[in-house]
Design a protein around this ligand. Structure first.
Ligand SMILES: *Cc1c(COP(=O)(O)O)cnc(C)c1O
Length: 385
């Protein structure tokens, strides 16, 4: 067994990243300086979108997107229960109502047929989550959006670098959110961004992240002089620092290499695990090219003498830092208090019992990959019926 703990995810920084940060620290602007714009432009260019607006983190970015989409009291927004709480919480921040639609059991992504069942006259938006980095079935979701006049905010926290039908995620819907938390594809420490092709959304997002204040002469209703600004609505201070943007800009140079390395590790895992009856490797739809934020191994529980919890604990005993993504959001205690019902999303709830996320990050060495494979094999051997 390995003598050090292997986490499920971890950032990779090099000297160029550190130099980029130090350069900002020695310069004139620590925040809202030149690096923010540069970073935003690079991200927009990378995903093929017209605009990008950086935020303090992905959650704040989702909040901004819900604001820009005009989500408010009485509005329903549909999302997946198999996601991080932030995908749903952003709707609550705006006073809207979250409606969960169940997943498709192959891809574990939100199922367009289930979305359709949940659409009412009050539905205003859909927040599809590209879970693990595999894009959702965007064509079907766009069709529903068109028919029912809905805004689409993609939660692409897992999907920077992923493609759908050959097109990069980030410019295919009204707005798309990426996160730069250290376990994600590239990091700024904390950070997030919204990409969009809409000038209207762009302007709202810019103003929202800075108190609702604007100095844009086109948007002012009067003008007292060069110092003049207007606070036109209640916004927040959700601005990213230049320190973070410099790190993100430098990290972005390495993104394609990071994604490539993730794919190699996945190929290693698949090659071994596809022959083990007790586990199921992740299905990939031919229209999608995942950026592989997570590698989820599904346990065929009826072939095992124990529950997922035991498999999880046995792997941790071997220093393999497996994780579980995610506890279905509607079953979290806060959502239970809001009266969301356990049992209401059976496919998501069943999946939750069966999954573990294996370590997957670019810095993993060949020995790390082998350690994970050996550990999974030995645990399965021990607990199979
Ligand atoms: C990480 C993540 C977020 C939130 O991003 P933060 O930058 O941590 O605020 C939202 N949705 C999903 C699916 C995530 O994985």
């Amino acid at each position: 067994m390995r003598d050090t703990y292997l986490p499920y995810g971890k950032q990779m920084l090099d000297d160029a990243d550190i130099e980029a940060v130090v350069k900002v620290l020695k310069g004139d602007y620590l925040t809202t300086g030149p690096m923010i714009n540069k970073f935003e432009e690079r991200i927009a260019e990378y995903v093929g979108a017209k605009y990008a607006v950086a935020f303090t983190n992905g959650t704040a970015a989702l909040h901004g997107a819900c604001f820009a989409a005009g989500i408010g009291e009485g509005d329903e927004v549909i999302t997946s229960p198999i996601t991080f709480a932030a995908s749903a919480n952003c709707v609550l921040y705006q006073g809207g109502t979250v409606v969960f639609a169940d997943i498709d059991q192959q891809s574990y992504n939100i199922d367009p047929l289930e979305i359709q069942k949940k659409i009412t006259p009050n539905t205003k938006a859909i927040i599809p989550v590209h879970f693990t980095g595999q894009p959702v079935y965007l064509d079907a979701i766009h069709k529903l959006a068109k028919e029912h006049n809905l805004v689409i905010i993609e939660d692409a926290a897992h999907a920077l670098g992923a493609t759908y039908k050959g097109k990069k995620i980030g410019a295919l819907s009204d707005m798309t959110m990426f996160s730069f938390h250290p376990v994600k594809h590239i990091t700024t420490g904390e950070g997030g961004i919204i990409t969009t092709n809409s000038k209207e959304y762009y302007e709202k997002l810019m103003q929202f992240r800075s108190h609702g204040i604007t100095r844009n002469p086109e948007l002012l209703t009067e003008n007292h002089g060069p110092w003049y600004y207007e606070m036109q609505f209640l916004g927040y201070n959700y601005r990213m620092t230049d320190i973070q943007a410099a790190l993100g800009y430098s990290q972005l140079e390495k993104l394609d290499g990071f994604v490539q390395r993730r794919k190699e590790i996945v190929a290693n895992y698949n090659e071994v695990f596809r022959d083990i009856l007790e586990v199921q490797t992740p299905y990939q739809h031919p229209d999608t090219d995942s950026s592989w934020h997570l590698y989820i191994l599904k346990l065929n529980l009826d072939t095992l003498a124990v529950s997922r919890k035991v498999v999880f604990e046995e792997l941790h005993k071997l220093n393999i830092g497996v994780n579980v993504h995610y506890i279905p959001v509607h079953t979290l205690s806060y959502y239970q208090e809001l009266d969301y019902k356990k049992g209401s999303l059976p496919k998501s709830e069943q999946l939750y019992e069966e999954i573990i996320s294996l370590p997957l990050f670019p810095l993993m060495q060949e020995q790390d990959i082998q350690d994970v494979i050996d550990a999974v094999k030995s645990v399965i051997k021990k607990v199979r019926k």
